[in-house]
Design a protein around this ligand. Structure first.
Ligand code: G6P
Length: 607
């Protein structure tokens, strides 16, 4: 999704802005651009396509120490040079980059056109440049504040004005803006990833705040010009973690990082003496937790699927009725919010607009929400009543991998914590705890099966369609596996609860349509074998992800990808890993852009 970076300091701005844009590429985009304040005034360059297109268009000498830049993901108006940001006013002295949606953009555009302004793009953002230019005000900060008074909608906004080349003004309402504090230089961005090389500390803007940034510091006010003190926090992850290193793709790197990521999710949180999990950030006492009668997990995309799997874990270990719902739908059905329900919002980025809206809906109606979030300081993390950080490290590839597994680890920790307050015995708690500690090593074992999975992918890649099936929590794994395959290889894949196969989709099972089956050797194993029989009877190829040792399974499946056994509630964590590798290897075999699949964005910050 759109990305913003701005720089003011004493170094050359252009390379820093371009580097920042590259760090935001992972979010997904279709065009890019930058504006810098040079001695000869404001200069703007933009290009449709990859950032390289922009780079080839830039003049050799573009000297400036203040500038802003943007990667655009089209919402209003097709991807094109003309619609790429920055946008300028009629005279070309003010440039604006913007994430979000101006809801009254059409009305403002009509008003500006009637007043004689010349608008050159189809975007809602362009109206902002014109409004700021005609807002009056003693300085850029005041002009921006005045212009924003006319705006309805969401924005993360960064502005430069050639009359004030020593500063950048930024504002936030519903779309993230973060300042990076460097050594006599300052940056601003929509995502910490764009700042890491130059800043060690960051300041997160809150909604309805405006900041004026100079090399020497910054000052923040509300939209009503009330001054606000903001405090800086250190950037949590080291800069190297944002690099691809020797890996061909971020996705591969992030799949391989899972053992260490899971270790980090667990670190300091397990107490073997009592078989319990310590979760410092919940902000809920044992008494509060005893009152919980129901749990609802909310998330979008992979975070939702992790919620579906997590609901089984929670229900099994706590015996509290638990379900998961797509956060993107939740608020539209005017949900009943109950005081004794614990809501849990899951989000890797902590910025997904739909998940954030669900959090706000729950809180508006008096409910309590915990966040399971990866990005420290993100909006969802800050707006929840408490939560559990994943500590997965930065996830850059659009297709979520390590955040999915770490979410499940965090849900398991929550389940252990809640379970031990209730009926889970110390010995059962200890068994789960031991199994959690074994996960990193077991994931390492699965990662050694890459050759086998590559061979399976080599056959799967030529198919147009695939089914993924699983039972109970395994159905959530199937959904996530199918999603991964769709997202990055573009092979059509559908997930079904295994028992639903015979109620419709079996009509499409044929030698051309393989099924990936999640088949742990648990109490549903025999049932799963019957589903595989149904498929075999239609000569459908079967790829089973299973535990070792059952000859009947081997007879029914063309391929068996074996994963180590864990506790049954944790098996889904391990069974997910081969589905990630399978999708990755298919995408590679098909020559896809694995880290930036078409039409998708890493963090969807618009509704
Ligand atoms: C987008 C991404 C998905 C991701 C979902 C939720 O749709 O493409 O990969 O699972 O957002 O993201 P979040 O950051 O809230 O976990």
């Amino acid at each position: 999704m759109c990305g913003i970076v701005g720089y003011v300091g004493n170094q050359e701005a252009v390379p820093i802005l371009l580097e920042g844009l590259h760090r935001l590429e992972y979010r997904g985009y279709d065009s890019s651009g930058l504006a810098v304040c040079t001695r000869g005034g404001l200069k703007v360059h933009k290009a449709e396509g990859k950032i390289q297109q922009l780079e080839t268009r830039l003049p050799k000498r573009l000297k400036a120490t203040t500038g802003i830049a943007h990667t655009r993901w089209a919402t209003h108006g097709e991807p094109s040079d003309r619609n790429a940001h920055p946008h300028t006013d009629c005279t070309g002295r003010i440039a604006v980059v913007h994430n979000g949606i101006i809801e009254n953009g059409a009305e403002l555009r009509a008003r500006l056109l009637a007043a004689g302004h010349e608008l050159r793009s189809d975007t809602d953002t362009e109206v902002l440049a014109h409004l700021i230019a005609s807002a009056g005000g003693a300085d850029l900060e005041e002009s921006v504040r005045r212009a924003l008074g006319a705006i309805e909608g969401t924005y993360g906004l960064v502005v430069v004005d050639e009359r004030f080349p020593d500063r950048i003004v930024a504002a936030r309402n519903g779309s993230p803006v973060v300042l990076g504090i460097g050594e006599r230089e300052m940056l601003v961005a929509s995502d910490v990833a764009a700042l890491v090389r130059h800043a060690e500390r960051v300041v997160y803007l809150d909604d309805r705040e405006v900041v004026s940034i100079r090399a020497s510091g910054f000052s923040t006010t509300t939209l009503e010009a009330e001054p606000i003190e903001k405090s800086a926090t250190p950037i949590p992850w080291k800069v190297e973690l944002y690099d691809r290193g020797a890996h061909e793709h971020f996705m591969r790197k992030e799949i391989e990082e899972q053992p260490e990521a899971v270790e980090r999710s667990l670190r300091g949180r397990l107490d073997a003496r009592f078989g319990i999990a310590h979760l410092g950030g919940l902000n809920l006492s044992a008494r509060d937790l005893l009152e919980v009668r129901r749990i609802k997990l909310l998330g979008c995309g992979s975070a939702y699927y992790a919620g579906l799997v997590g609901a089984h874990m929670l229900e099994r270990l706590t015996r509290i009725p638990t379900d998961a719902e797509a956060a993107s739908e939740f608020r539209y059905r005017s949900p009943v919010i109950e005081k004794d329900t614990l809501y849990v919002a899951i989000s890797q980025s902590g910025e997904t607009a739909d998940t954030l809206a669900a959090v706000r809906e729950v809180r508006r109606k008096g409910g309590r929400v915990l966040g399971i979030v990866n990005v420290v300081g993100s909006t969802i993390a800050r707006e929840c009543d408490g939560g559990i950080y994943m500590h997965a490290g930065p996830e850059v590839a659009v297709a979520s991998t390590k955040a999915f597994t770490c979410t499940l680890v965090c849900v398991a920790l929550l389940a252990l914590h809640l379970g031990r307050i209730r009926d889970l015995s110390p010995s059962d708690g200890k068994r789960i705890l031991d199994a959690l500690e074994r996960l990193p090593e077991q994931i390492r074992t699965i990662l050694t099966a890459t050759d086998q999975i590559r061979a399976v992918a080599e056959r799967l890649k030529d198919r147009n369609d695939a089914f993924f099936i699983g039972r109970a929590a395994g159905y959530g794994v199937a959904l996530e596996g199918a999603q991964k395959l769709k997202e990055i290889s573009y092979i059509h894949a559908e997930a079904y609860p295994a028992s639903e196969l015979k109620h419709g989709p079996l009509a499409l099972v044929s030698p051309e349509t393989p099924t990936v089956a999640i088949v742990p050797n648990d109490d549903l194993f025999e049932k799963s074998l019957s589903s595989l029989e149904e498929i075999r009877a239609r000569r459908g190829p079967v790829i089973a992800i299973a535990h070792n040792g059952d000859a009947r399974l081997h007879a029914l499946a063309d391929d068996v990808i074996v994963v180590p056994r864990s506790e049954p509630v944790l098996d889904p964590i391990l069974m997910t890993v081969p589905t990630q590798l399978l999708a990755y290897e298919c995408a590679i075999a098909l020559g896809r852009d694995v880290d930036q699949p078409r039409n998708l964005a890493k963090s969807v910050t618009v509704e």
